[in-house]
Design a protein around this ligand. Sequence first.
Ligand code: B16
Ligand code: MG
Length: 218
Amino acid sequence: MAIRAFIFDLDGVLVDTAKYHFNAWQRLANSIGVDFTIEDNEKLKGLSREDSFDLILKWGNKSMPAEEKQEKMLLKNDWYLEMVKAMDASEILPGISAFMDEARAMGIKMALGSASRNAPLILEKTGLIQYFEAVIDGNQTTKSKPDPQVFLLGAKALGVNPQEAVVFEDSEAGIEAAITGGFKTVGIGIPENLPKAEILFTNLENITPKQIISKLTP
Ligand code: B16
Ligand code: MG
């Protein structure tokens, strides 16, 4: 089946907001007496805010009432948003704008498939919103990656089958989700973190949509 659509994860693929999530989660974890390293942050990539905080609490052997959990997550999000509000187009990762310009010129349909409830704001701030026919994010989903829901909703919104779409992901949970959903997969990162991705790049600099399509088409 011919490839007709690209579905992009946001954090770690189009922009590097992982560093802001790290900063805010570390501040929150330390404030409740839990250590939080960059390696810990790697394990949270692609997971929802709630699932991320549950893991931090588990790693620190902590528990707290549901209401207090909500307050802490709001606090983390406020700290995160302070950094997001200062974002602009200069934070789009290398090669992305050229890659998306070319994909659009080729008539490839594009959707966002992100766990982040802050995705619309980040797309506005960076100007990336212009590329997307559909934006599926944590506001529309009920199941977190590795569940394929976010990508299946993206394919549906674009009117394509999963087999006709390529998912670009930087997280293991996201690659799992795409494989389960029947999508073709491009990993962005290092092989150690994304062993299951069909093809892998450190970033999309100097990579073209045609190269991706030819590598993924038998
Ligand atoms: P928020 P993605 C994910 O975005 C991040 O990778 C993950 O670290 C974060 O916890 C999640 O969004 C939720 O984000 O707190 O902004 O709703 O990689 O799926 O684009
Ligand atoms: Mg990501």
